[in-house]
Design a protein around this ligand. Sequence first.
Ligand code: TNX
Length: 729
Amino acid sequence: MQFNHPAGVLPQLKEDFHEVSPHPHSHHILHDRFGTSRGHVAATHITFVGSPLSTTGNSDFRRLRDCCPRLQEVDLRRSLCQALPPNALFACHRLQTLLLPDSLQSIGARACYACDSLTTLILPPGVTEVGDEAFAGCRRLRSLTLSGRPKLGRLTFAGLDSLQEIQVSAAVPPPAHPSTFLGLRGRSLRLRVPRGSEQAYRTAPGWSLLYEADEDAAQPAGPLGLLPAPDSLVQTGGTLLLRHLGGIEADPSLTNEYQHALQLLATRTTYRPGRGRARLLLRVDSTYSRHTDEAYRLEVTTRGICITGGSPRGVFWGLMTLSQLLDTPDPEARCSALPTLVITDQPRTALRELMVDPARIFISLDDLRPFVVEMARYKFNALHLHLVDDQAWRIEIKSYPLLTEQGSSRVGMDDMPLQISGYYTQEEMRDFVAFAARYHVEIIPEIEMPGHEVAAIHCYPRLTCGGQQVPLRTTCGVSNELLCPGEEFVYEFLGNVFRELSTVFPSRYIHLGGDEAGNPPLGCWTHCAKCDSLRHALGITTTDGSENWRLQDYLFRRVIDTLRTQYDKVPMFWYETDFREIPAGCITFAWRHGLTAAAIRAAVDNGARIMLCPGEHCYLDYPAAAGDMPEVNWGMPVTTLEQTYRLDPAWGFGADFEEAHLMGVAGTLWSECIPSVERLYYMAFPRAMALAEAGWSAARRRCWEDFQRRAERQMQQQAARRLLHPTAR
Ligand code: TNX
């Protein structure tokens, strides 16, 4: 292998190199074909010569993808590489040139998904198969050459916005899926095929799309495949032709829902305002359900569509159901007809959230907006933002400017030498909260304490017992540094943070973390003079370890009191067994493997409510199959789609528990191993769909086999949406 640094770039890179290299705790040391040198960290051009690149575990491809953030060119022409494995170069945004060897035979699914700096691609003649989405979203690709006759998969070349030319050598069109070139219909691009074979291409599956004009191909709706499954659905045998729809009528409280409805009809159907007599009616009836204001009824008759909700939220969920009914097999086609039917529906649990972690690896609000829209499609109603941790502080606090000035930028997450910077200003966050509210998704902020707080301690060392500055953490795991419960500044600090946050986040909920601040980290309170005097003042005399848990209890009670009395907030926590009592009225999260039953008993005993996100089912940062991304991690177990689907939100505790104590379900996307927004989607879906159904649909409506069929269809629709409309709509 040769590293080739263009002149003028190296000095600056060297700096990064020095920041990156001394990771004392990094678990992942680079070797093999990459050698022991860390030169690749700064490499912009890499040429491989000779033996094939490794493809499993911490493979050469995984390191190219995750550990070479400046990579612009990969030259494999002199390597003996036979396969690009699935996800080989997934979302390598800077990769401009990929030169493939004649030995290459297959390209795996998503191998170059969203490599959106690639401009030219030549597939060598020996390639026999190019997997699903292999080059989807390569938005700058201008020229594509297929030298052989490979089989092309689903969405393999979808969303290639800049493509101008396709050159194919095969006289017989390569076998292609109908969606291979999705997004290229109606484009003026040059398709060069061998003389005499044009007619064959014109009619071949997949290829024919390139010859179609960009008109509104009207298609009847596909078979129903709603996800999450509604409570009841009855088809009444008729058909509503959508060109008969002439207008929308909505109650005055439904201006937001009216806008969504208009958008749906205008972009997804053959609706022509003013033409037909049929109507889409949106109504609120607050007496509609005794159980929840999220319930709705959706009726389609030959005279129109009527959605009645217990509140604007209910109406909105009805619209999300309608949106799925409008899906067509060809995602670019408009829906022209709906079967007549009656759906009545309501959620099983009240809070259905996904948790995103911008602390470990930053994610911009622009990237989160379309994610919120996808969540809403599956009737999630909360996005929980893990805003602070040992690695960064991500929300502006005007009283403590250092938090974002010094606590939001670092290089490195384990062995990934990435520059990770960014934070949300309060104004940007307010705007985001308002955006999400239009989709009835509430934003729940989390400020961790007393552990996972190194970023704050780094900026304000007085927050910790020793008062010593500590560096931002660049690895996963648990730090031994905690907030000091005996230091008054800690309470002043948290009070000011919450005062400011209360003007940014209208949610009634606020998450206070509370996880992994047990032993050994808790030991740091044992030899602290301030903690000593607090123990003394509180009359704590035990020395068996319980004394520090009691200090933690004190800290939480003070903070909870402030949040309740001054801001009317409901505090949330990650459940830890040692933290014996859950303050009444709080919400605890069951997250640890094997501890869900204990967490539920504690919630019941303490009159608290509980969210279920047990690692066995809900940790969406874990790989969904052995060997899948993230191939390199801290030893995560596998959480399959089926495991997620099999989550019983009542955990076998029955209806009374469910009624009195179950708050909902959460899926966590801790981001230690999620270095791009594309990876966030990859980890989240389809498992989040399974979780959505666990949280929304009644047990009698759930069926794993049927879910798989529906999820597959939803995944195709989602992939197409993201490739065709990358911004929120
Ligand atoms: C444990 S889950 C944590 C997080 C990590 C996560 C990785 C929880 C409450 N704490 O700090 O990011 O594992 O999966």
